[in-house]
Design a protein. Sequence first.
Length: 244
Amino acid sequence: MRVEISVESIAGVRVAASAGAARVELCAGLSDGGLTPSAALIEAAAGLAEVHVLVRPRPGDFHYSRDEVDLVVRDIAAARRLGAAGVVVGALAGDGTVADDCARFVDAAEGLQTTFHRAIDVSADSREALDRLADLGFTRVLTSGRRRSALDGAPLIRELATRTQVTVMACGGVRAANAAPVVAATGVEDLHAAPRRPAGTFRGGDVSYAGVGVPPGHDHFETDPDEVAALCALRVTSTPARSA
């Protein structure tokens, strides 16, 4: 089992690396679903772990304007120059299919590993999307099987894992307590998780900069070292899904 941990700080990178995570997905703005991190953060993180940079120009849907696509291409090239081992990208056309612009993303990566993110879970058809991603040369795809949790989406995840040679990585509420059932139900060997805990101290007053969803008394989240360590320490085996 290979574990990828999604983080948004150098402290989070250190936590994932010390726990033995196979990969780090480096982001900003995890409360917004993840956004492109800064160049300085990418460069610093790349010296500490195998870093795969999320390149997402804004919150919301994955139907991007021409300007936004151009920014994604430039950010992919920047991540490569700064030492990233891979990038995590995705875009959809107006009809919900994989956008032709994704070919530009793979080209810009110039041999780096490429992960298509959870845009696949809101695509018109995940099976057709995966076939297209295989044609484009993507390394892997991140999916919860179009459901909120990997366990709920397990039947589709398992089906996708048998469909092409693209590696399917399961996500959606994955934690140490349910990792074994997720692997058993999906047959995948790659899991993605973003365990976080509230941090900081909110001192009250009329003005607050607390992050979205942060519980009262705190102002932001940080990577949870105990949960990351427990997840990465697992040695889970299952019957792999077989490619058709």
